[in-house]
Design a protein around this ligand. Structure first.
Ligand code: DGL
Length: 272
């Protein structure tokens, strides 16, 4: 069992940011990364679509790759489907990602926290319950960013970040003032795994004093903990990564090269 891979999936390339953190924490593990581009974006589709895709992907990763654990490297899919997947796969350790509202509230001095995510994530019941539970600790300025994940994906093909930059500018501008003075947003939560790849642009827009939080590292720690508990850590390494996509393999490979510095084996297509 310990030699089996860990499955990681996202609607597209965003989850590569989580894979990066997982590899850093667990260098001896094998991973299968599933990019569901053909059925993306998830964030602007209804829950039924995201749940159906999450269930089909989990089945595929279990039956074809024999995964020993699953990381849902997508906030939108976690919000919509994690409870269902856990109920259907009680024997499989499953880790989800959700916007880091709690660490952000604890870190903020102005008590004003910005959150950007997909429409699916920020309108979900799970997200709003989390937000409500922290409302006495900070005020959350929440901005759905339609089109941003898609623009980030397309920028890999076009090698042109101008659309990403203009969307980031529009959305951060709509949120109000960023900074460390009273009343300003001093902490920005990236509530979508794609946005990690726009972090440099976002940092320029919000200024150097604003803290930007993403969730790759806590997810990696949680995964490590669950594998330790299950006694299935791989101690033999070196770890390998297999890239699988329902979309265009060349695009996933290009993204892995651009952002992870991977010189990987070829990505393969899953005809789902
Ligand atoms: N990367 C996904 C997330 O973290 C969503 C992108 C999409 O809309 O498909 O929510």
């Amino acid at each position: 069992m310990s030699l089996q891979p860990i499955g990681v999936f996202d609607s597209g390339i965003g989850g590569l940011s989580v894979l990066q953190a997982l590899q850093a924490a667990l260098p001896l593990e094998h991973f299968v990364y599933l990019d569901d581009s053909l059925y993306a974006p998830y964030g602007e589709r209804d829950d039924a679509h995201v749940i159906a895709r999450s269930r089909a992907i989990t089945q595929y990763l279990r039956h074809t790759h024999g995964i020993k654990a699953l990381v849902i490297a997508c906030n939108t899919a976690t919000m919509a489907a994690v409870a269902r997947l856990r109920a259907e796969h009680p024997d499989l350790p499953i880790v989800g990602v959700e916007p880091g509202l709690k660490p952000a509230a604890a870190a903020s001095h102005t008590q004003r926290v910005g959150v950007i995510g997909t429409r699916g994530t920020v309108t979900s019941a799970k997200f709003n319950a989390l937000r409500l539970s922290l409302q006495d600790q900070a005020e959350f300025v929440v901005q759905p960013c339609d089109g941003l994940a898609d623009a980030i994906s397309r920028s890999v093909e076009t090698q042109d970040d101008s659309k990403v930059i203009s969307l980031c500018a529009d959305y951060t501008c709509a949120m109000g003032r960023f900074g460390i003075n009273p009343g300003e947003i001093d902490t920005l939560v990236l509530g979508c795994t794609h946005y990690v790849f726009a972090q440099a642009h976002l940092a320029k827009l919000v200024g150097p004093e604003v803290r930007i939080l993403s969730t790759g590292e806590p997810v990696a720690r949680r995964t490590q903990h669950l594998l330790e508990q299950a006694g299935t850590l791989n101690r033999n390494g070196p770890g390998r990564v297999q890239l699988v996509t329902t979309g265009e393999p060349a695009v996933l490979q290009a993204a892995a090269r651009r952002w992870l510095g991977f010189a990987t084996d070829e990505a393969v297509r899953w005809i789902a």
